[in-house]
Design a protein around this ligand. Sequence first.
Ligand code: NAD
Ligand code: MG
Length: 366
Amino acid sequence: MKTIRLKNKQIDYPILIGSNLYKDIGKICKKYLEKNRVFIVCDINVYNLYRNEIHNSFKKTKIECIFIPIAVSEKRKNINTVASLSSKIIAHSVDRKDTIIALGGGILGDIVGFTASIILRGINYIQLPTTLLSQVDSSVGGKTGVNNIYGKNLLGSFYQPQLVIIDTNVLKTLPKRELLAGYAEIIKYGIIKDTKFFQWLQKNGKKVIEGNTNARIYAIYRSCINKSQIVEADEKEHGIRALLNLGHTFGHAIESLNNYKKNIIHGEAVSIGIIIATKLSYVEGHINKITCDKIINHFVEIGLKISLPKNLKKIAPKKFISEMIKDKKTVNKEITLILIKRIGEAFIQKKYSHNKLIKLFTEITT
Ligand code: NAD
Ligand code: MG
């Protein structure tokens, strides 16, 4: 098992990464609990697959599990779900010594983290991410939240977990499409700050998708180290944390314009978004054609999505840009973009003129 400690003046918690950890999950969690009970809020699909294993492990340590399975989707990732989930938890006379465990992918983790942050003004929670995307990104760093009718993740909080436990075994039941979606967030770290990791992925990326345990553990470990370093330096996203949003301003607009329909899932929107950011970096002269092609070729080789689906290709660039303005990084209606200087270095480009963006966007998407 590998351990990373996310630590700065305000934050300090471990991220445990290994395979076959669920059989000992009770023992691992016990020292982080202040009571002999836990609320395990889980994605209903994950509940059906892993409930027994987890229940048995907690039983061995004499910890009571209250399972709360919920159905999750981007459409259900909203304040109503947070309200009904809070009521289910509060109904058990919850107090500040209770702990909630989030068992599921990024949607579940974001909802549960946000709920934990507001119940009694904040109770402890533990992340047990079960998708590749949540293991390499969303379970680490304490961004929680839900969507709002005006856009994605517009309601939320920064609220750190007590512990993150990543078991690569659960990836065996994850559909390939979801694995590829998670890979988009892995390659993101290589592009924004870790050249050597990008090179490692060029050689080993396929193994990560195909199910090689060591390759998976290494890719997750390296991703979590990169994410931790950024969060340690800038928890509340006043500066460099925004780099993690490479491809996301485009990605969120894609998801929103697509009405969160399942023909494009979050990681796929991010994948297309990173390609748009790469092309934009090229047409703006920040990277050369060789670098641009190197990134695109890797995406194609792994099988990631690189272009907009048909239904969105018809959308006018103007509409796209006005959707992008809803991004949380936007200040005074000026869009902030994350662009690429070289593989291993991204930068924040502020105050992007709409007209220029519309022109460039028309150039690279048609
Ligand atoms: P998800 O939570 O929808 O999970 C994907 C699908 O896989 C679901 O159908 C789920 O039921 C199923 N599933 C989960 N684990 C499984 C397993 N082990 N075996 C079989 N099926 C399983 O999607 P996601 O990609 O994990 O998360 C996307 C969300 O994460 C988005 O809402 C995005 O905004 C958010 N996100 C948040 C952060 C953050 O920092 N908080 C970062 C990146 C993404
Ligand atoms: Mg993301």
